[in-house]
Design a protein around this ligand. Sequence first.
Ligand code: HEC
Ligand code: HEC
Length: 323
Amino acid sequence: MMKKNSVFVPALFMVFALIAAVSFSSAILGNKGSEPDEMATNKDDPPEQASGIAHAPPSLDDVPDGPLGKAILRGYELTNNTSEVLRAEASTVEDGEQRVNQLSCTSCHAGAGMDENSSSMVGVSAVYPMYIPRSGEIVTLEERINGCMVRSMDGEMFAEDDEDLDAMVAYLTYISEGIPVGADLPWRHRNTLDDLPTPSVDDGEALYNQSCIACHAGDGSGTGSNTGPALWGDGSFNDGAGIARMSKMAGYIQNNMPVGAENTLTDQEASDLAAFILSRDRPEWEHHDTDWPNGDGPSDIMTKERREQVQDGTIDWDEVLGK
Ligand code: HEC
Ligand code: HEC
């Protein structure tokens, strides 16, 4: 933990000071101001204590009878076994492969979005619609789901009137029960590691072969969407996905991998692993040019051009990492 705290504590302290200053001034100005217990204190504090908002999704055993309950359970299936369900129901094998890659939402949002540490989706129905800089516009929950469908799932969007999309929203609304509208969810956006050390792809490869291969396979194709999902290759996410950024991949790996020994990798190891994984071939996103229309895009997206630079030894990591 020391290794992480040394980086996180100063940054967190600044964030804390800023939050304190903002809520103090808004209190003076008579704005609605935050409750004192709403202020984030330390990453290691239990979030419930820090925010007063509990991460406590209801059990699927308590889903109501009737059409709504059916939709919630269908939404759970679609979230947890996305590719199995959608590919099995497609009219041809080719259509199924076009529709979705080999991942499930659970591949990245563990426990069908109910695992607090792994990009939890608890509360999303209370915070969308919201402004997303990557889109440069207000995005609804339906549109955000479709964003992961075309990027992380390297597939096709659900049509606006598709009942499966309604089912996913019904499920995400169910697991968000009790979360107030517009709440500041302490478990959001935790899987980001900024100020990454300059990576070594070779060290990343060696560590991968030692610690990751058992579940994710030597060629990165994985052992199953919920046992060890595809990390690169045709079955994996495309390079327009959030996790195709160095900061997000390294943060996700450090907080969640290897399963059973989470939070043991140093910043250097997480950076090495992220660089190795993101330098392998994967599907390309066709619309990089229209992302971040306001010019505030990040520098650490590992595009095809960058993958080739790693392979031919010309990559400038300082530029990628914004150093
Ligand atoms: C390859 C990894 C990956 C897969 C697979 C994936 N997502 Fe995501 N998703 C992400 C990342 C990364 C984020 C951004 C989270 C962050 O910044 O911390 C995200 C964000 C989201 C959000 C917004 C959460 C928020 O707090 O704003 C929703 C909703 C979402 N995903 C739904 C889905 C659904 C539904 C599926 C399955 C159809 C899915 N995702 C599959 C990686 C993935
Ligand atoms: C014991 C099995 C296991 C080991 C070992 C393991 N993983 Fe995973 N990995 C999983 C599972 C299961 C998931 C799906 C999410 C979850 O359930 O936490 C996952 C998800 C992921 C994801 C997000 C999904 C995707 O397709 O990109 C990444 C990235 C990842 N693992 C990287 C690693 C790295 C790097 C290592 C080695 C340091 C590692 N994993 C070791 C089982 C494992």
